[in-house]
Design a protein around this ligand. Structure first.
Ligand code: ADP
Ligand code: F6P
Length: 319
């Protein structure tokens, strides 16, 4: 009987549990055994293996985080660490591995694939910063969490006639800021991919003020700078007293949206199908609504370009 392993790695993302569930149920449906590897590559090195049955993944589709836990491992980055990981998989009789995680996790999976371990990656990170897929698991939930937080902040922004700056996550990418900013009707969106100068932000605020706008929402991606720095600049150039909110880890937790659960279910299922076809070295992706696979070597370490239309549209609509 074929035995496959599954692990979650790197930053957690809402929908990882739904992906684990899809992997386990699809594999067992096809007569495979499934081994859960706890704490990502760290657990792979430490031999933290647990059998997963149908019931092991009951009641998790709606839960944020990951039941397998997640971790980062420097030891796994070394050839010696990867050799030991391969050895541990072999000792446990695991013939295929599904890695649920972001770009770093994908690079780790590729290293295992280069050593001959059939490995498939299911892309999961709130940042949506992986090449080859229009969406990663967790992004939709994070955007919805950010939008509902900004909606609440807007209530107080309107009441007090103030400018509010909301800093969102996204490491080096502005996908969360662009999507949440557009959906929340932000006046300015500041992302690393399309830098807006502080001067421009001030000019937009002053233009709005001249035509009677008494409150503003500015969404900043953490990769583009600090909300507090922008606040200081606005204070100096307009005399306003902006308020800053850093949303932080609130964006990474919580129950996944229906869209993330559906994406995770489709991707987890497809990952097992690829192993069933004796394939490896692939990342699952979604493009134009279709689930597909791409060679890891083509996507590893590459950026996912931000759609410039979103930023332009946001500027037009918040004139
Ligand atoms: P994410 O998958 O969310 O991007 P990280 O970048 O922290 O998260 O990567 C998760 C883990 O993947 C790292 O702790 C490390 O063990 C492994 N990893 C990351 N990059 C590489 C690499 N270039 N080669 C081998 N393993 C890597
Ligand atoms: O999961 C992605 C992310 O949320 C980034 O946006 C952020 O920079 C990073 O993880 C921080 O995570 P940690 O503190 O776990 O390293």
């Amino acid at each position: 009987m074929t035995k496959i392993g599954v692990l979650t790695s790197g930053g957690d993302a809402p929908g990882m549990n739904a992906a684990i569930r899809a992997v386990v149920r699809t594999a067992i449906y096809n007569g495979y055994q499934v081994v859960g590897i706890r704490r990502g590559y760290a657990g792979l090195l430490g031999g933290e293996f647990i059998p997963l049955e149908l019931g092991s993944v009951a009641d998790i589709i709606h839960r944020g985080g990951t039941i397998l836990r997640t971790a980062r491992s420097d030891e796994f980055r070394s050839p010696a660490g990867q050799a030991r990981a391969q050895q541990n998989l072999g000792d446990a009789g695991i013939t295929g591995l599904i890695v649920i995680g972001g770009d770093g996790s994908l690079q780790g999976a590729e290293a295992l694939w280069q050593r001959g371990v059939p490995t498939i990656v299911v892309p999961a990170t709130i940042d949506n910063d992986m090449a080859g897929t229009e969406l990663t698991i967790g992004f939709d939930t994070a955007v919805n969490t950010a939008v509902s937080a900004i909606d609440r902040i807007r209530d107080t922004a309107t009441s007090h006639e103030r400018t509010y700056i909301i800093e969102v996550m996204g490491r080096l990418a502005g996908h969360i800021a662009a999507a949440a900013g557009l959906a929340a009707g932000a006046e300015s969106i500041v992302v690393p991919e399309a830098r807006v100068s502080n001067r421009e932000i001030c000019e937009r605020l002053e233009r709005g003020f001249r035509r009677g706008k008494r409150h503003s929402i500015i969404v900043v991606s953490e990769g583009a700078g600090s909300g507090y720095e922008i606040s200081e600049y606005i204070r100096a150039c307009t005399g306003q007293e902006p308020r800053v909110t850093v949303l932080g880890y609130i964006q990474r937790g919580g129950s996944p949206t229906a869209n993330d659960r559906i994406l995770a279910s489709r991707m987890g299922y497809f990952a097992v199908e690829l192993l069933r076809q004796s394939r490896g070295g692939l990342m699952v992706g979604i493009q134009k609504g279709k689930i597909l696979s791409l060679p890891m070597s083509e996507v590893a370490g590459r950026p996912h370009a931000l759609e410039p239309d979103l930023l332009q549209l946001s500027q037009i609509l918040s004139i």
